[in-house]
Design a protein around this ligand. Sequence first.
Ligand code: FMN
Ligand code: MN
Length: 529
Amino acid sequence: MAYDDVRDWIATLERAGELKRIRAEVDPILEIAEITDRVSKGNYRNSEGRKARATLSGPGPALLFQNVKGHPGSQVLINQFGSSRRMNLALEVDSLDEVAERIRSFMDVKSPQGFLDKVKMLPMLAEMGKFFPKTVSTGPCKEVIKRDNFSLLDFPILQCWPKDAGCFITLPCVITRDPKTGKRNVGMYRMQIYDERTTGMHWQRQKVGAEHYREALRAAAAGNPARSSTAVDIMARTSGGSVLADAGQPGGKMEVAVAIGTDPALTFAAIVPAPPDVEEYLIAGFLRQKPVELVKCETVDLEVPASAEIVLEGHVHLDELRTEGPFGDHTGFYSLEDQYPVFHVSCITHRKNPIYATTIVGKPPMEDGWMGKAVERIFLPLMKLTIPEIVDINLPVEGIFHNLMIVAMKKSYPGQARKVMNAIWSLGQAMFTKCIIVVDEDVNVQDIAEVTLKALNHIDPERDIQFTLGPVDSLDHASRLPNYGSKMGIDATRKWASEGFTRPWPDEILMDEKTKALVDRKWKELGIE
Ligand SMILES: Cc1cc2nc3c(=O)[nH]c(=O)nc-3n(C[C@H](O)[C@H](O)[C@H](O)COP(=O)(O)O)c2cc1C
Ligand SMILES: [Mn+2]
């Protein structure tokens, strides 16, 4: 029935036995992260480092810290999405396949033939009407409005890992507007706290927030040749280089709003790799089957979720970049420092006694791994729309989303596995996939043991590995250049004569049904168990 806000969601988690309130005093500097890391891995007494995954007891509950050192009265919510059950609860389904099925049912719509067909479509159209966001006059996020006399340091923002450059807001919904189309985007981009009113804005260059920033740069440069060349340069270098500033050009500003502590459907929508022109507010509406209610910001021309716990309003200057990072990232390594835009906060609005929602990333499995798995399940039908031969995919959590995708496909013509790889590399954020393993449809990609056995048996590496060059994830620390490097696809499908393979192909060893039934019947008598 759609969660109204994060408080409604917390109440549900608590009723489901999925939330622990922590009343002991804890430090937002490192201590909350260490507690959360153990809980997310089910590794409660981890004093001597990392244990084999098999020995872990599985993910623990969401945590609500109610006594945060230096922040009396504050509460910190963390690990809200950190298990498959909580991910299902967040999207109000028993299985993520239900969401995939709803997407499929909308994509199946054929153009109506006659009157009856049109009538049959009405419920679906009515349903779609529920997805669009609704602007309301005010909401709980306006309970406290601070245009001056505010400080980001008042919030219990975590330092997650020892070598982090400082404290980071890790679960923000960053809202920007495309200067050309007016469409809004909500993306989750971490924000390093520089001081009371300034943060980093870590939108990686291929993300939609970064594109809005470049559009603003293009607009600022339009008609001004001096600016135009510097804008192109800054685009080529962003997130690097303060070229407009170097050239002595007073830059413009871009409006940004940030919502922290939103209902779970919206928080999740902010990480979903949606097509750039699809507003995440609409996606959240689809997921919760109820419109997201929005209110206008006080100082910028943007709308934010009315029930958000905390809203930051402000600007990113077009001529300013600053060192961001290092930050202990979801790769299991620190992402190194780099140049990113700077967010200047001009107004904060929040609920009374706001709940600060956050997460930590680090070595998997962690909370974001469960969010990634949900993306994998929900996006499969959309992938199949453009790559219909795909049967199933698996992004193992240790592959941290972008390093490894295992794909099962139905092969119908020679070379098709390579076509699938190229299609994946051209599909939105799947472009970052460093290694794609393509197997035949009879391989269960969710079973890594089966994939290892079959994929490695079936390849002649020199023949079956396809290298390509292109954009890579900003977090890749091994690529030859930041953001640019190579990717690899392994065609582990059975090779055909039409692909130049003329040797006989052996059968897989499988016992016949008759013998299996015989042993089933005799099993007890054998006395082995
Ligand atoms: C916890 C968490 C933190 C993230 N931090 C960042 C980040 O700092 N920068 C970034 O570009 N993407 C980050 N992402 C991934 C983006 O949110 C994701 O790519 C999203 O699809 C971007 O939205 P967009 O397509 O509207 O740009 C993060 C994801 C999660 C789950
Ligand atoms: Mn987006």
